[in-house]
Design a protein around this ligand. Structure first.
Ligand code: MGD
Ligand code: MGD
Ligand code: SF4
Ligand code: MO
Length: 731
């Protein structure tokens, strides 16, 4: 804690300022938090002296003052009563009752009947993050779910299929080119392959030093405004676009032949397999100029020598998403865009372990081919987790292994998970739903018990270590002490405390990072963070006591490969051959065959500045900035459909129908409607002015799932659009 005191003379109050950092998104913005003499948060400002984020802050970051002090915040454990209302009960009682119910379920149905879902709130509570897995391990359940498998799990699939390069990809600040496919870091402040620490400054600086930026997005996004080459395709065509770009590069010999000869097992097979992706054909399907594909290949592979192609949520949510990420990885591989032997690895990790890595391919294996399988569809695990696209069916389908209890740790599956009605029905049907959550969200409303935790500025914390090498270009760690105290008379329960206490009551031993926790005395934030950082190169105290972050600047270089290693990148495994065949067939369909006549538009996902997924719906300030989620349409399409700005429009897919207000937006290409996710409330609660509407009503999890990761089709969704006179949502 870094402290500075002063007087607020108008209110005759002693105010003090403390450095900390925001934990709503991976931006991790350094802030100065002002608290009053009762340690109540009164202001949050961006910290201009922060070495990483340089003063950047957004509307959600400053709103933390109101969210911490909100009169809608839950301040006591709540229990759902027989009549559906909630009653505040003492924490000990709540934990005791939950433990007894867990005991009954485990004894009767086995440990696999107990599942956990970690959402964003759970990811950003660092002291708690390990406890969720530790709890499930202790009781013997494999049912770990999170938002990662309705996000970009295609990246794990690609690593499992192609191979991993331990020193990492070439980092943004050393590069002369960046190809960004379906991500918008200037708004999402997210994304590997970019520098999200004050992204506007970073992109301007990069352009100033000559970096070329290629953006592929159906919407001329805020990031696309900085592009040297902007390609605006119909959504869902990224796999074909990237296949065509690789085909051009290989045909022209612009790839890194030396790197490929040494590290790629089957380049010739890839080249043959991509033969069907003739640029003319692909350009026709994606509705882009063929020259833009050639220009992208030239700029990326011939004219620039360092830089990567990276994706965000757009392509990972659209059709052919695993194949798209495969092509992304292949493009980086054929151009050799990895940190090489002898080169400095800017961030070789810190909290989760640090040290030199060999410049060679590592075969990490296909996690989904061994280990536990889902009952529905026989899918395996990805990133060590079961697949959220199947969660509702795993709850609803009777039989051995059916999930009867879900512990939601900082997540809002009732609002965030596709197939909105099915997910809500599943949560409602659970024998026991526990929500570790500060607000009365759709998920909390369906819960049997709500345990409200301390909010970020009230707890000690670390940056999101799981993604540390993507967030920080150097080996850097950010710790904060609590800077505010929780509201008076509250009885809160941190996520870690709930899980520790439940395990303890069930007589289970928790093990975190190889350390057995004392199950008699609660560990506390500091002990848990120290355990997480036990493989860091410096003692925990060094990281903890660095007031504004710890930089470990001992240089690390990529080591020579192990001569005995035979691992190579595999660009054409058998399942990819099959996916390429499917994509080829799709590309060879006629336009009429490719489009479902009754659903001629494509709905695309996008993020909004003034929400973080479902976070912000309880904030008067953020709601003023963005009350609901408009359906953004190109004015030409609006004219075609006879829709005026502000009109109600019906958007229907083969699964459901929603109503939203149309907004003319010429940054959206024709044929597309762009609308933000995670609005809306529970099925049946239709109050657009209050909540907006859930696009998850349009998405099925019965079909259109990707193989391997069961990723639902959440973007590039075929829809019909028409002016509506009566507003109604039908899932
Ligand atoms: N149709 C469609 N659906 C989507 C997406 C899309 O683009 N389109 N995007 C998907 C993606 S990428 C994601 S990541 C998921 C998000 O899915 P979730 O992670 O389930 O949803 P969030 O809204 O991020 O949930 C965060 C919750 O944490 C709570 N919270 C805030 N602070 C704390 C805290 O300190 N502790 C605890 N315990 N809780 C806290 C918030 O109130 C909120 O309820 O949604 C997915 N759903
Ligand atoms: N302000 C804000 N920030 C957030 C979030 C938020 O809700 N609000 N959510 C957070 C989360 S959970 C995540 S995972 C990250 C995500 O971060 P990003 O992936 O950067 O998310 P978006 O800003 O939605 O950018 C996705 C882009 O993909 C485009 N797109 C949609 N479909 C396709 C397609 O088929 N092909 C191509 N090429 N592009 C397509 C969209 O037009 C959009 O511009 O953001 C995080 N940060
Ligand atoms: S929510 Fe805003 S202030 Fe907070 S870390 Fe993200 S970008 Fe920074
Ligand atoms: Mo996400």
């Amino acid at each position: 804690m870094h402290k500075d005191e002063g007087m607020d003379t108008a209110h005759n109050m002693t105010l003090s300022k403390h450095k900390s950092f925001c934990r709503i998104c991976t931006g991790h913005c350094g802030v100065v938090a002002t608290v009053d003499e009762h340690h109540k948060l009164v202001a949050i400002q961006g910290d201009r002296d922060d070495t990483q984020t340089l003063g950047f802050i957004c509307s959600k970051g400053t709103d933390a003052v109101d969210s911490h002090n909100s009169d809608q915040r839950i301040l006591h454990p709540l229990k759902r009563m027989a009549d559906g209302s909630f009653s505040a009960i003492p924490l000990e009682q709540a934990l005791g009752e939950i433990a007894s119910k867990l005991r009954v379920i485990i004894d009767r149905d086995g440990p696999a009947a107990v599942a956990a879902y970690r959402g964003s709130g759970g990811f950003f509570a660092s002291a708690s993050i390990q406890l969720v897995n530790a709890f499930l391990d202790a009781i013997g359940s494999h049912q770990m779910y999170s938002n990662l498998t309705i996000d970009q799990s295609a990246k794990w699939v690609a690593i499992g299929r192609v191979g991993w390069w331990p020193p990492g990809a070439q980092p943004f600040h050393t590069n002369d080119v960046a190809m960004l496919v379906g991500c918008n870091p200037l708004v999402s402040i997210a994304g590997s392959g970019f520098d999200t620490r004050h992204p506007l400054k970073r992109i301007r600086d990069a352009k100033e030093r000559g970096m070329k930026i290629i953006v592929i997005d159906p919407r001329r996004s805020e990031t696309a405004e900085y592009a040297d080459l902007f390609i605006q395709p119909l959504p869902g065509n990224d796999a074909a676009i990237l296949a065509a770009i690789i085909r051009i590069i290989l045909a022209e010999g612009w790839h890194d032949g030396e790197f490929c000869a040494r590290h790629v097992a089957d380049l010739d097979l890839l080249q043959q397999a991509l033969e069907p992706f003739d640029p003319e054909l692909v350009a026709g399907i994606a509705d882009i100029p063929v020259e833009s594909l050639r220009e992208a290949a030239r700029l990326f592979a011939r004219d620039c020598k360092r830089g990567t192609v990276s994706t965000g949520t757009g392509p990972s949510m659209s059709p052919f998403s695993n194949l798209t990420e495969h092509m992304v990885t292949c493009l980086n591989v054929v151009c050799g865009r990895y940190i090489r032997e002898g080169e400095r690895i800017g961030n070789p990790g810190l909290v989760l372990g640090w040290g030199p890595k060999r410049a060679q391919v590592m075969d990490v294996g296909r996690s989904w081919e061994s280990g536990p399988k889902s009952r529905i569809g026989g899918f395996g695990t990805v990133g060590g987790e079961m697949l959220t696209g199947l969660l509702a069916d795993e709850i609803l389908t009777p039989g051995p292994g059916q999930i009867k209890c879900l512990i939601s740790v900082g997540g809002n599956p009732a609002a965030a998970v596709p197939d909105h009605n099915k997910m809500a029905k599943a949560l409602e049907s659970l024998e026991l739903l526990v929500s570790l959550e500060p607000f009365m969200t759709p998920t909390a409303i369906l819960a049997d018990y709500i345990l409200p935790p301390r909010m970020p500025y009230e707890r000690a914390d670390l940056h999101l270590a799981l993604f540390e090498t993507a967030i920080y270009p150097d080996a850097y760690a950010r710790h904060t002490q609590p800077v505010a105290t929780p509201p008076a008379d509250s009885e809160l329960c941190d996520e870690w405390f709930a899980l520790w206490s439940l395990a303890s009551r069930l007589g289970q031993q928790l093990v975190c990072n190889g350390v057995e926790l004392d199950m008699q005395t609660p560990p506390g934030d500091d002990a848990l963070l120290a355990i997480m950082a036990k493989n860091a190169p410096v003692p925990w105290q060094t990281i903890r006591d660095a007031p504004t972050g710890y930089l470990h600047d001992e240089p690390v270089f990529a080591l020579p490969p192990d001569p005995a290693s035979t691992a190579r990148f595999t660009t054409l495994p058998a399942d990819v051959v099959q996916e390429i065949a499917e994509l080829r067939d799709y590309c060879h369909m006629s336009a009429a065959e490719r489009t479902i006549a009754s659903f001629p538009y494509r709905l695309t996902s996008r993020r909004s500045r003034h929400r973080f997924n479902t976070v912000g719906h309880f904030s008067p300030y953020l709601k003023r900035l963005m009350p609901w989620n408009p359906a953004c349409l190109n004015p030409a399409d609006m004219a075609l459909e006879g829709i005026e700005n502000g009109d109600w429009v019906e958007i229907s897919s083969d699964h459901g129908m929603i109503c939203a207000r149309a907004e003319a937006d010429d940054s959206v290409r024709t044929g597309v409607v762009s609308i933000t996710h995670c609005f809306g409330f529970l099925p049946g609660e239709e109050d657009y002015d209050q909540y907006g509407v859930s696009t998850n009503l349009l998405i099925s999890t019965d079909r259109d799932l990707q193989t391997i990761n069961a990723m639902p089709r959440m973007s590039g969704i075929p829809v019909a659009i028409r002016q509506a006179h009566v507003k109604r949502n039908v899932g």
